[in-house]
Ligand binder design. Structure first.
Ligand code: COI
Length: 363
């Protein structure tokens, strides 16, 4: 291996503190984390260490100028063998490196990304939950590490992966507030990147939406406030008659890997999918005429979350009852089964972990 990984195992596992029957998104972090540093022009010091605080200067540039990016991925166990299975890790690698490029950060070599995930999952395999709708959430992230106050791109970076056993992100159908004042992203900006600042910038509008009883914001385009974009935590899909319609990808929308997976699976099942601009007016008209059958958000954390209501310009639009919906619940099950290898791996999306630690390191 060009990038060997050293391992320091925890002296005290905290797995006994986790209520695996009642997992709340992000509450529990697994015993170990992966860390690597970019310094003197190369990635070095790949290590797995006990999860915990790490000393760093309050001057690191990530804190001041926002060079910080992340991924959200999931791993499940094979339904028979119990082997950990990563879902589409190469696609997450591509995306974090597209984010890195846009934010003038250092790309992660494929070997580091893939071997880090494999080794971490191998060590913390007992943290992968198996109850319905649960998974081990993986959070690779990178941040600028230079301690200096001048505005420039950092010369040093830290890359960390931590993992967390999670249940459903949205346990109930969600209510969306359609943004008619704030904007999430603008053409030429960083909306397609998984940059930390994209999330920070939406927190105040999201809090206002929560105060009004909504779970999330449905963002519209920043030029005309007309076309659906995404929800920040999810991409958005509408079922109009028998066709699933979802906004086509642009530089203002995150290229969701769950979005892409569902599109493949739906087309494979003979369900029609259109990726095209869809206006809020079209959605409202379709709801009024009864042609809007379903609306759902899609994302790694959210998987597929049904929308029960949307509010636009102070009008509430109630969508058809979730119980009678056909496409969303069906395709969600197809995807969840796929991740546990309950379906043939037709698209080569599942990557079993490799046992790298025993041969290459001091485990
Ligand atoms: C994900 O789905 O992984 C996300 O990153 C969304 C959110 C939890 C930040």
């Amino acid at each position: 291996m060009k990038y060997p990984i050293s391992v320091e195992l925890t002296q005290k596992s905290s797995i006994g503190e986790v209520d695996f029957n009642n997992l709340v998104f992000g509450r529990n972090i697994s015993d170990h984390m992966f860390v690597a540093d970019f310094t003197d022009g190369e990635w070095t010091d790949c290590r797995i260490v006990p999860y915990g605080p790490m000393p760093m200067s309050p001057a690191i540039m990530a804190l001041h100028y926002g060079q910080a990016i992340f991924e959200g991925m999931k791993a499940n166990k094979h339904h028979e063998t119990g082997e950990p299975l990563l879902f589409r890790p190469e696609m997450h690698l591509d995306r974090i490196n597209r984010s890195a490029l846009r934010m003038a950060m250092q790309p992660i070599p494929a070997e580091i990304f893939m071997n880090a995930l494999s080794s971490l999952l191998d060590i913390d395999r007992d943290w992968i939950p198996q109850s319905e709708g649960s998974a081990l959430y993986l959070r690779p992230h990178m941040f600028a590490f230079d301690s200096t106050l001048g505005v420039k791109s950092s010369d040093t970076y830290r890359f960390v992966i931590m993992t967390s056993p999670v249940g459903p992100y949205y346990p109930k159908p969600i209510r969306l507030l359609v943004a008619d004042k704030y904007v999430r992203a603008f053409p030429g900006g960083v909306g397609f990147a998984k940059a930390a600042g994209n999330y920070g910038a939406t927190l105040a509008p999201a809090q206002q939406a929560k105060n009004k009883g909504f779970d999330q914001i449905l963002w519209l385009d920043g030029l005309e406030f007309k076309y659906l974009q995404e929800c920040g935590t999810m991409n958005i899909m509408c079922v109009i008659d028998d066709t699933v319609v979802t906004p086509n990808l642009t530089d203002t929308i995150l290229a969701g890997i769950t979005r892409d997976s569902l599109i493949h699976l739906m087309r494979d099942q003979g369900i029609k999918v259109e990726e095209r601009p869809i206006s809020i007016q079209e959605v409202i008209e379709a709801n009024k005429s009864g042609e809007l059958k379903e609306m759902f958000g899609t994302g790694t954390a959210a998987v597929l979350s049904n929308v029960s209501e949307i509010s636009y310009k102070d009008e509430i639009y109630t969508l058809p009852p979730v119980e009678g919906r056909k496409i969303g619940p069906f395709i969600k099950k197809v995807l969840e089964d796929y991740k546990k290898s309950l379906q043939p791996d037709k698209f080569n999306w599942l990557v079993p972990v490799k046992n790298l630690i025993s041969t290459e390191t001091n485990k």
